[in-house]
Design a protein around this ligand. Structure first.
Ligand code: FEO
Ligand code: CA
Ligand code: CA
Length: 632
């Protein structure tokens, strides 16, 4: 593997050459000097991670730059409400329990519904989302990651499922909701009874495609062929393709399995993927043997994939694209490389796990059939070198010692370890800049950094992209593929932001964060990332909302926006109590931004969005400008 030389250009200078800005104005010069970005970034290059942490480049002042954002930032708060800047408004577009079909049943707040009512309603805990628009119709597709047990089973004293129907109700709260939406007096809501509405649940027939299809490790009691799975669950972030499909990413699939056999001993692979003898309280094995490890040890091999869904055909069969690997998928960011190959960037959200890239064999064809393009290609894991170069390490039988590509696609974490990929601080969403070849990944936090290895035994000592031990604030790493070519095996990287708390930790402690973090914009645990059409990076958090100790002054979870050209970050939204903010998409006219509010009141202290004595509900809100202008 050869590195393309970056000549003698600094990262910023290379950036300019590779993707010149349309105009270089005095303004750029002003922000550049104000932020001293060069100081922050090249500090990493020149002196390495250790000095970088204690060097003067870090946290020595407040970012003072003219804002290119069209809003006045909001302060952190702990209200049980949504806060957006002056000049913006919001409404709930859809929420847990909303009716999808003519025969749907309204959510009963007392019983919190039944398996049947939940199967026909908007699922719980909305996460990644995409609004597809075609022929004047708007099809909203959104993941329902998991259920809030204390709420959906809140009618039971145990706060857990107590009957088979309870268990099934929980199952039906998972999966994906596809709903046509429309505006009435400017406000969005679900078109009940639309023939395009659909629920995809842990019981929906799903096809297994790609290298692992039919492999012995995929064969189970209910599917001797290893080609037909049932359902998808714990769908976290998402992706969308240029050919009009939706990608639902299976994340913490392990938490639904348990073992009924006394003293069941997990295999090393089961340990690596977090499978345990007890589930996380969902009880699925009580109603379905698939989830009993001691009865069907191969079933977990059929989860942990990216699932492709055609949102316009409710009868279509979703497909698990095994070529993209099996791990705790956060999201799937699709870009088309200059030569037409499809590149998918993906994070594995676990402490000390890896970042991945898939490159298709075939090229995208705007007019052609791309329906199976994600079944064939190469899979890579990222190695971040301390000198700010990086390598994509191909995962194949030769590089990993595995017997086949099918095995690589099933035991992907083990394959990543075999090639020496870099252990990361919980890779969450990946987002690609629409204006240039540059990719960002939120590394949300990692209490185990420098404390203990990952579940595969890989070393997790602090390294350059993950420089802080017991990292409780998180950071955002970004990389530029060499020659701006997403298919290249080499890249350059830096840190866009180190989150922290300068209010608590002062200006020189690494816990104060990078210099684009101030007491005015601070946050912890970046998770959702999404670029808008302007090239601004929206950052959503899923972190500590105690507002105490290390998190004092940071308030509830929130959404910020970053200017990747200047490093400036400002807070746009604060969510209600005990929520996380996750998932983001826009209307075709860009006059509405949809944002997901997940698990408000997860510990019992919220009645958002309905207020009063109502139970809290995850929801998708629609944000608009008071003047009807563009947003994002
Ligand atoms: Fe479902 Fe990694 O968040
Ligand atoms: Ca997430
Ligand atoms: Ca999360």
């Amino acid at each position: 593997m050869t590195h393309q030389p970056f000549h003698d250009l600094s990262f910023d200078e290379f950036d300019e050459v590779a993707s010149p800005r349309p105009e270089f104005s005095e303004f750029d010069d002003v922000v550049e000097r104000a932020i001293s970005r060069r100081g922050f970034l090249t500090g990493v290059v020149a002196v390495g991670a250790a000095s970088f942490l204690t060097g003067t480049a870090l946290g020595t002042g407040t970012v003072q730059a003219a804002s290119r954002f069209g809003f006045t930032p909001v302060d952190a708060n702990t209200l049980d409400d949504i806060t957006v800047p002056d000049g913006f408004n919001w409404h709930v577009a859809m929420k847990w329990g909303d009716e999808l079909f003519d025969d749907s049943i309204a959510l009963d707040e007392e019983s919190r519904g039944t398996a049947l009512s939940q199967e026909k309603a908007f699922g719980d805990n909305n996460d990644g989302m995409t609004l597809f628009s075609k022929g004047g119709r708007n099809i909203f597709v959104v993941n329902n990651e998991y259920v809030n047990r204390g709420i959906i089973f809140g009618n039971r004293d145990s706060g857990l499922p107590e009957t088979d129907d309870d268990v099934k109700k929980g199952m039906m709260g998972h999966g994906v909701t596809v709903a046509e939406i429309a505006q009435t007096d400017g406000k969005w809501s679900i078109v009940k009874g639309s023939e395009l509405n659909r629920r995809i649940t842990p019981a929906t027939a799903v096809e297994i495609s790609g290298p692992a299809r039919g492999h012995d490790l995929m064969k189970t009691a209910v599917d001797a062929t290893g080609t037909k799975a049932f359902g998808t669950w714990n769908n976290c972030g998402n992706g969308e393709t240029p050919w009009g499909t939706y990608l639902a990413c299976e994340e913490n699939f392990n938490g639904y399995f348990s073992a009924s056999e006394e003293g069941f001993e997990q295999t090393p692979d089961q340990v690596r993927y977090g499978l345990k003898n007890e589930d996380w309280g969902y009880g699925w094995a009580k109603v379905d043997d698939r989830f009993d490890l001691s009865k069907d040890p191969n079933e977990p091999h059929r989860a942990g994939y990216v699932v492709e869904i055609n949102p316009f055909d409710p009868t279509s069969t979703p497909k698990k694209r095994t070529a993209l690997g099996r791990f705790k998928h956060e999201n799937a960011e699709v870009v088309i490389a200059a030569n037409g190959q499809v590149v998918v960037y993906m994070g594995d959200d676990e402490r000390g796990e890896f970042i991945y890239k898939f490159v298709s064999s075939a090229k995208f064809s705007a007019a052609g059939d791309n329906s199976d393009i994600l079944d064939d290609g190469k899979l890579y894991a990222a190695k971040f070198n301390d000198d700010q170069t990086g390598d994509w390490m191909e995962l194949n039988p030769e590089t990993t010692g595995m017997s086949s590509q099918a095995e690589v696609c099933i035991r992907t974490r083990v394959a990543g370890s075999a090639v020496g990929a870099t252990t990361m601080d919980r890779p969450e969403w990946v987002a690609a800049n629409p204006n240039k070849a540059e990719v960002y990944c939120a590394l949300t936090n990692n209490k185990n950094r420098g404390i203990k290895p990952n579940a595969g035994g890989d070393d997790t000592s602090p390294n350059a992209p993950n420089p802080r031990p017991a990292n409780n604030y998180g950071q955002i790493v970004r990389w530029i593929p060499v020659d701006g070519d997403h298919t290249s095996n080499a890249f350059k990287w830096d840190l866009f932001v180190l989150a922290g708390n300068p209010g608590v930790h002062g200006n020189t402690d690494p816990k104060s964060g990078s210099r684009n973090v101030t007491t005015a914009n601070m946050f912890n645990s970046p998770d959702g990332l999404q670029f808008d059409d302007n090239g601004f990076l929206w950052i959503q958090t899923d972190g500590k909302y105690s507002n105490e100790g290390d998190f004092e002054g940071q308030g509830n979870n929130q959404m910020l926006v970053g200017d990747t050209a200047t490093g400036q970050i400002e807070r746009f939204l604060v969510g209600p109590k005990e929520c996380e903010v996750t998932g983001c998409t826009w209307s075709a006219d860009r006059r509405t931004m949809f944002v997901g509010i997940q698990h408000p009141g997860e510990r019992g202290d919220s009645s958002w969005p309905d207020g009063g004595n109502s139970i809290p509900k995850s929801a998708v809100i629609a944000i608009q400008r008071d003047d009807g202008g563009l947003i994002g």
